[in-house]
Design a protein around this ligand. Structure first.
Ligand code: ZN
Ligand code: ZN
Length: 342
């Protein structure tokens, strides 16, 4: 029963017609990253036809969760009142607010990724409070949004963050922000960039999909983001399956300093693999990007899938040890923890 609510939420969001082909094992073609990705009013991943989401959600709901989730997950929280955002950072620091939300404090600037300070992601309840209070976010902060799923685009947060904030969103989401009284919104297609002060903000592909009440399946684009201050480069993956894009981003935009990569919401693999990476794939994505630091995210906040909420970082360290990787490149932050970029 523990899976009923997330499964229902996901199936409510996943009612797409069962017309998607099973993913083909075709060789990776980087040209597809630049191919047209909209047809008949819907976006799609040109390199990866999606599996059947509605029937998949139903099959998932009817299956048994092999994981034991009877004990409370171990989640670390560090008290943080966010007062540091009002100062000028000596270099740069990153604070994990929870799930896919980071507050990056670089010099005098603060930007947020998929800001979610709310109590629910539609149905799943927040398991730990946000790492900093929403009131601590400065008026001149800006934010990037990866897609419209409820664990990434939170209406309450958008309404309670400063009205003066600038927003960078994927194609099709601009109207939603204007309807919520947020006029400083830039809507970007994959590979488009905008300047924002000293920052170059670039919208990049991700392997995902979209749906939200009032926004039909794949009517709005999904993306990842590259934020370049001129001095430091941050990559924020949003939600994504593993795909060949990471190597291309590394080639085009490297060296990347910090890669914020999702490691949670990955079980069962037969249903999730096209939309969410597992920890081993996130490590592979980090290698492909050739980034300096990996900040794992998308775990420990909302219980969305079969695996226990505190399993993803353990699985990540296990996978990295198995691959004989250098785990010292990973910073697994506690909620509220501020890490200074070294
Ligand atoms: Zn999503
Ligand atoms: Zn998500």
């Amino acid at each position: 029963m523990g899976r009923l609510l997330p499964a229902l939420a996901l199936s409510a969001l996943a009612c797409s017609p069962p017309a998607f082909a099973e993913p083909a094992d075709t060789p990776w073609d980087p040209g597809l990253l630049h191919a047209p990705h909209r047809r008949d009013g819907r976006f799609f991943n040109p390199w990866a036809p999606f599996e059947r989401r509605f029937w998949g959600a139903l099959r998932w709901y009817l299956s048994r969760n092999p994981y034991d989730k009877s004990s409370a997950p171990q989640l670390r929280v560090v008290p943080n009142d966010g007062s540091g955002f009002a100062t000028v950072e000596r270099s740069a620091s990153v604070t994990w607010v929870g799930h896919a939300t980071f507050a990056v404090h670089d010099d005098a600037d603060v930007f947020l990724t998929d800001p979610h300070f709310g109590s629910r992601a539609l149905i799943p309840k927040r398991q730990v409070p946000p790492g900093v209070p929403i009131e601590s976010i400065p008026d001149d902060a800006f934010a990037v949004i990866s897609h419209n799923h409820y664990d990434h685009l939170d209406e309450w947060s958008v309404e309670h963050l400063p009205e003066s904030m600038a927003w960078f969103v994927p194609m099709g989401l601009g109207d939603w922000f204007r309807e919520h009284g947020r006029e400083r919104v830039a809507e970007l297609d994959w590979w488009e960039s905008r300047r924002h002060g000293r920052w170059t903000v670039t919208c990049l592909p991700s392997q995902h999909w979209s749906r939200r009440l009032g926004q039909g399946t794949d009517e709005v684009l999904w993306c990842s983001w590259l934020l370049d201050s001129g001095e430091r480069r941050y990559y924020f993956a949003g939600d994504t399956g593993y795909f060949g894009g990471f190597a291309e981003f590394g080639r085009r935009f490297g060296p990347i300093d910090v890669a914020m990569l999702p490691i949670g919401a990955y079980e069962p693999r037969w249903f999730m693999r096209n939309q969410h990476m597992d920890p081993a794939e996130a490590w592979r994505a980090f290698q492909d990007l050739g980034a300096r630091w990996m900040l794992p995210m998308h775990w420990g906040t909302f219980d969305l899938t079969d695996e226990p909420l505190d399993l993803p970082p353990k699985e990540l360290l296990r996978a990295v040890a198995e691959a004989r990787g250098d785990a010292s490149r990973i910073r697994i932050l506690a909620v509220g923890e501020e890490w200074h970029v070294e």
